[in-house]
Ligand binder design. Structure first.
Ligand code: NAI
Ligand code: MG
Length: 355
């Protein structure tokens, strides 16, 4: 049984998430796993109905999710022109990441079709790595604040807040992940002090995993390598903001960030959440042209997590077949709508199962 909390969020979330849910329903019919889900219409839809983007007790609602659900599927939280206050479903994101302490944000970067490669001469053999972004602290820890607000002396402190335990557990997660996935190398991408926390902890943890090659790469060099020599990259572990930036480089070299999924985990917990890497795409809201594939691939990652590997693999084959058929949205050079792409993926899933 897979019990999912579906939380679309803001912006294009309400266009792409229904396609991910319908794809899960088709997979559930074809591969006979039990599926149960509840939709929490937070974000702009909630605002239009109630005047607030999320319920007041959102933190408690999120904290209670693991008692009822195995996983959550989230769209994105962020600006939406229909919410003039600028309020957003980012509170959901904070609750899922920091509230539930899902500290390892796993972002696979794989080229699904050679024709999508924006890098000259690089194929799907070359572009296949995973960025593991620390998800609860670092530059996005929420610590710090503003002082003397509104005066010429206003100051802002936004520290990169790293703890020994926080750094250690995500690096351990990366090495364990590498071993489970049969990967050969883990690189830490950072630019702290030469003998700073990330470097020291990385050395400490890597010594316990002799079968995996450890590599220390400055984060700027890592961004450069992703574009010039992605074939040299295997698993990358990084501080919160550094990992966020690197995974967007990863999105670009997959052909579009509209393809890039993520899963957020805590090795000690039986609950994880899955999301596209992209945001609310304010420039294309309501046009029906957002690429639903990142959301669909996030749903696929969720089935992997729950052990429904056959169904998960079939969804990926269906996405690849749909890309190959040219039924793609404009970010991939096509002219199909969000709904047409979703339908094409489900048709491909049906055909795949019939073969
Ligand atoms: P964004 O990912 O929303 O959009 C950047 C560009 O990529 C835009 O041109 C957009 O149209 C395009 N794009 C994104 N997703 C697409 C898709 N599925 N199909 C086709 N094109 C797509 O990033 P941006 O503009 O930096 O942020 C917009 C808002 O989203 C902000 O409020 C930001 O805070 C929020 N955000 C939320 C995230 C989350 O909830 N996980 C992640 C990133 C941003
Ligand atoms: Mg991002």
């Amino acid at each position: 049984m897979v019990r999912i909390a579906v939380i679309p969020g803001d912006g294009i979330s309400h266009e792409i998430m229904p396609e991910a849910v319908k794809t899960l329903e088709t997979a559930h019919e074809l591969y006979e796993f039990a599926l149960d889900y509840e939709i929490f219409d937070y974000g702009v839809e909630h605002y239009l109905k109630t005047g607030s983007v999320v319920p007041e007790d959102i933190d408690d609602i999120i904290t209670a999710l693991p008692a009822t659900f195995d996983a959550a599927l989230f769209g994105a939280g962020g600006t939406d022109p229909r919410v003039p206050s600028g309020e957003s479903a980012q509170a959901v994101l904070r609750g899922l990441r920091r509230g539930l302490d899902l500290y390892a944000n796993v972002r696979p970067c794989r080229l699904l079709n050679d024709d999508l490669s924006p890098l000259k001469g690089k194929t799907s053999d070359d572009i296949d790595f995973v960025v593991i972004r620390e998800n609860t602290e670092g530059y996005e820890s929420g610590t710090g604040g503003n002082f003397k607000v509104g005066t010429p002396l206003e100051s802002e402190i936004r520290p990169e807040y790293n703890t020994y335990g926080g750094v250690r557990r995500v690096i351990e997660f990366a090495f364990n992940f590498a071993e489970q996935q049969g990967r050969k190398q883990v690189a830490v991408a950072e630019k702290g002090l030469p003998n700073g926390l990330w470097s020291r902890v990385f050395e400490e943890v890597s010594a316990q995993h002799p079968a995996i090659e450890p590599r220390h790469v400055h984060v700027d060099t890592m961004a450069y390598l992703m574009i010039t020599a992605p074939e040299l990259i295997d698993i990358v572990v990084a501080e919160n903001r550094a990992g966020d930036i690197l995974s967007d480089v990863g999105g670009a070299i997959q052909g579009s960030r509209g393809l890039a999924p993520a899963g957020c985990f805590n090795a000690e917990k039986d609950f994880a959440y899955f999301e596209p890497v992209h945001g609310t795409a304010p420039d294309i809201i309501g046009q029906g042209i957002a690429n639903p594939m990142a959301a669909i691939m996030a749903a696929k990652m969720m089935l992997d997590y729950k052990g429904h590997l056959e169904a998960a693999d079939a969804i990926e084959r269906a996405v690849r077949a749909t890309i190959a058929s040219g039924t793609v949205t404009s970010d991939l050079g096509g002219s199909s709508s969000t709904a047409q792409v979703g339908e094409a993926v489900r048709d491909a899933l049906q055909r795949d199962a019939a073969n």
